[in-house]
Ligand binder design. Structure first.
Ligand SMILES: NC(=O)c1ccc[n+]([C@@H]2O[C@H](COP(=O)([O-])OP(=O)(O)OC[C@H]3O[C@@H](n4cnc5c(N)ncnc54)[C@H](OP(=O)(O)O)[C@@H]3O)[C@@H](O)[C@H]2O)c1
Length: 342
């Protein structure tokens, strides 16, 4: 049995989903994979709680799940600090799991957390896109130099390991990657083109049912999709910066234009498109015939079409969601820990 010590930064939807999964699946992970995953630190906006004498028990983790948001520092469950260096130096984890919010201006707090972990030879697994979008080469380069794993599968297409598919096409020449990478705008556009909603009503509904980001521009203006296509481009070795992605959102679609498309059996999808040969990426509302494979990807589903010299691959599934994302994080943790530590 191999012990895997982890610190979880971010105890919101995905962080809590991960702890729930660890509680549900610990026996299975031990039996099937020979790993005992031990949580030694957990942090939210109030600070980190950590233990140096032993990992948190099942009972303590269950109690943590009952805490309100921002409740860790006052929980009395261990030492408390805001200083990531202290957490890492005192707990000596194998992996830092970054599930903090994405800040596309600074990358913080995740960027500092990840850099401090990698500098110490600690592996990183992240669902947080921002540090990677801003500093892809620095983070992946540092991980390589320190010979530690750096997993970011959950940053794109949270519920489906699309990053791994792209990494496994080494002998193909990838020509184009295009897809629906933002579930919220796909939900809205499905309502508009297939259920006859007005754009405003569809946006309002997405807000009401809780699928819209707290900052709606991240979805509606294509920022989230642009971040994802930047990560895909860099994964394929293209040095494309977030600011280089041409970006048009969905808010300027007019009712006249929508009706004309409906009459012509067409629809619009917010597509992220990477032209590998031209080294160009964009996010834009693009017209499709309603019979197109991508047009038929509806509501909260995501899809990616990969065109190579030998194949056209279409992958479709639930893009995000806290539990789907947490499952992806846990799968990657199991795989990387087995390869690195066992
Ligand atoms: N939700 C999804 O479906 C999904 C899918 C793919 C990727 N992601 C990415 O995964 C990450 C987490 O998403 P989420 O939905 O779990 O977000 P969330 O619910 O907002 O949780 C973020 C967590 O980070 C904590 N936090 C804030 N500042 C911190 C700091 N300085 N140090 C440590 N923790 C801090 C927050 O604390 P409080 O609890 O005190 O606010 C909260 O616990 C984000 O980057 C998101 O973009 C999410």
């Amino acid at each position: 049995m191999t012990n895997v010590r982890i610190v979880i930064a971010g105890f919101g939807n995905v962080g809590r989903g991960l702890v729930k999964l660890l509680l549900d699946k610990d026996e299975l992970i031990e039996r099937q994979h020979g790993l005992k995953i031990e949580v030694v630190g957990v942090g939210d906006s109030s600070g980190f709680v950590y233990r140096t004498d032993r990992p948190f028990t099942r009972d303590e983790l269950s109690k943590m799940l009952q805490l309100p948001r921002g409740g860790l520092a006052k929980s009395g469950m261990g030492h408390v600090t805001h200083d990531i260096c202290k957490v890492l130096d005192y707990t000596i984890p194998d992996f830092l799991i970054d599930l903090t919010p994405a800040n596309y201006e600074t990358g913080e707090p995740g960027l500092t957390y990840q850099l401090e972990a990698l500098r110490r030879g600690i592996g990183v697994i992240t669902a947080n896109k921002a540090p990677l979008v801003l500093r892809f080469r620095e983070l992946t380069g540092l991980a390589k130099r320190r010979r530690v794993p750096y997993g970011y599968r959950a940053t794109v297409f949270g519920g489906v390991p699309i990053i791994d598919v792209l990494k496994h096409l080494a002998a193909h020449s990838i020509k184009k990657v295009e897809g629906i990478l933002n579930a919220t705008t796909n939900y809205i556009l499905t309502r508009v083109f297939f259920d006859n909603y007005t754009l405003n009503d569809a946006i309002e509904e997405a807000r009401k049912i809780g699928v819209m980001e707290a900052n709606p521009a991240l979805d509606l203006e294509g920022i989230d999709a642009a971040a994802k296509i930047t990560i895909i481009a860099n994964t394929l070795g293209l040095d494309i910066a977030f600011q280089d992605v041409e970006r048009v959102g969905i808010t300027a679609l007019t009712e006249d234009y929508i009706q004309e498309l409906r009459r012509n059996k067409k629809c619009v999808k917010l597509l992220a498109v990477l032209d590998v040969e031209k080294k160009k990426a964009k996010v834009a509302p693009i017209e499709l015939d309603i019979s197109d494979d991508l047009a038929q990807v509806k509501y909260l589903l995501n899809a990616v079409r990969i065109e190579t010299d030998y194949n056209n691959i279409l992958i479709k599934g639930v893009g995000g969601g806290p539990l789907e994302t947490a499952v992806n994080v846990l799968s990657e943790l199991i795989e990387l820990a087995q390869r690195w530590l066992s």
